[in-house]
Write a protein that binds this ligand. Structure first.
Ligand SMILES: NC(=O)c1ccc[n+]([C@@H]2O[C@H](COP(=O)([O-])OP(=O)(O)OC[C@H]3O[C@@H](n4cnc5c(N)ncnc54)[C@H](OP(=O)(O)O)[C@@H]3O)[C@@H](O)[C@H]2O)c1
Length: 327
């Protein structure tokens, strides 16, 4: 089969398409015929020299994929089941989705709702899964549709899908972006208004900012997350999943002890099967109301991946990059 391989030797990185056999780590592994994959921010970290995300010297990249079960000894995952595959060490320490097939442990599998095609599933991908997990976390916290929800990194994968999911579930989503030229596109994706990312900082000389947001979805981290915590309304929450700006968080306890705000951690990687089912079911519910194709920045072949990885590394994407491994 054809596969996009990332190899690091003596501090040099080699990226290219090779002929490889799909290999199982265990006899319990399920073989999936891959129809689509997607490019995530994490894939760019895996395809970087000396990064700490990739944990082996050489592997087939791709932290997610969607396709059909081709071989399985597991009764829960019969041949022909349409699935999304993501999480664990897929594309990080074991072969991932940038290939025409892959072996995976069953715990990384999610059955796709009937309303979600394998193509739609990889337009959603790990980024969209994280977006819907964030929306569900805010709802579980009790946040209703009365106020405004801030979404940071809005033109990226997690951000744009958060806008889309919030909008179809009846929320007013405010897009924060460093790419104001994408404002029209962000409004079309579901934002009720767009602000420049510098506008998140409010009254920086005071302990707390104005109570602006009834909730927030943040994939940026660092100073952005600090400013969100200072500007949440009483009892509000931020669902935090990312670190594109920084993994550091410098804050104080005032938002928590005087405004009862909550910091909700979102993880797509080790999500348990009941969480995966709940998130994909929620995506299935809203799917008929979403034009997923409008979220595709570009569709690429395995050969085109180096350019796409570079693009996402430099934050030049809008929405999602879809990978067609059989093109
Ligand atoms: N917790 C989990 O399980 C999980 C799952 C998926 C993703 N993530 C994380 O979520 C983050 C986003 O992933 P993604 O796939 O959506 O990435 P992405 O498509 O590259 O989007 C990131 C967006 O963040 C904004 N941005 C970039 N650099 C920034 C900076 N220095 N300061 C402020 N904003 C900046 C840009 O949007 P604008 O131009 O609109 O500002 C960019 O499009 C990553 O850190 C990723 O690792 C975590």
């Amino acid at each position: 089969m054809r596969a996009f391989v990332v190899t690091e030797v003596d501090g040099s990185l080699y990226l290219g398409v090779e002929d490889r056999e799909a290999s199982a780590s265990s006899s319990d592994d399920v073989l999936v015929t891959v129809e689509y994959s997607g490019v995530n921010f994490k894939d760019a970290l895996v395809a970087s020299v000396g990064g700490r995300v990739r944990r082996v010297a050489s592997l087939i990249g791709g932290v997610d994929a969607a396709g059909v079960v081709a071989h399985s000894s597991n009764e829960e995952w019969p041949v022909g089941t349409r699935v999304a595959v993501h999480g664990g060490d897929l594309g990080v320490a074991r072969d991932g989705g940038f290939a025409s097939s892959l072996y995976t442990p069953a715990r990384f599998l999610s059955a796709l709702p009937d309303s979600v095609s394998t193509r739609d599933a990889m337009i959603v991908g790990t980024a969209g899964f994280t977006a819907m997990a964030s929306v569900l976390a805010l709802e579980h916290h009790g946040i209703d549709t009365s106020g405004e929800i801030l979404v940071t990194g809005a033109s990226g994968g997690v951000g744009s899908l958060s806008l889309t999911f919030l909008s179809v579930r009846g929320y007013r989503a405010v897009a924060s972006t460093g790419s104001l030229e994408q404002s029209d596109w962000l409004i079309q994706r579901g934002a009720t208004r767009v602000i420049e990312r510098d506008q998140i900082a409010d009254k920086p000389d005071r302990v707390l900012g104005t109570e602006r947001w009834s909730g927030a979805i943040d994939c940026v981290g660092g100073e952005t997350l600090h400013h969100i915590l200072r500007s949440l309304q009483y009892g509000a929450a931020v669902a935090a999943s990312g670190l594109v700006a920084s993994a550091e968080l410098h804050t104080n306890v005032y938002p928590f002890i005087t405004r009862a705000v909550s910091l909700l951690g979102i993880d797509a990687v080790e999500a348990r099967s009941h969480t995966r089912s709940a998130v994909w079911d929620a995506i299935g519910e809203v799917a008929p109301n979403i034009d997923f194709s409008a979220l595709v920045d570009q569709a690429v072949s395995l050969e085109e991946l180096p350019e796409s990885l570079d693009k996402i590394r430099r934050s030049q994407t809008r929405g999602r990059i879809l990978v067609e491994p059989n093109r």
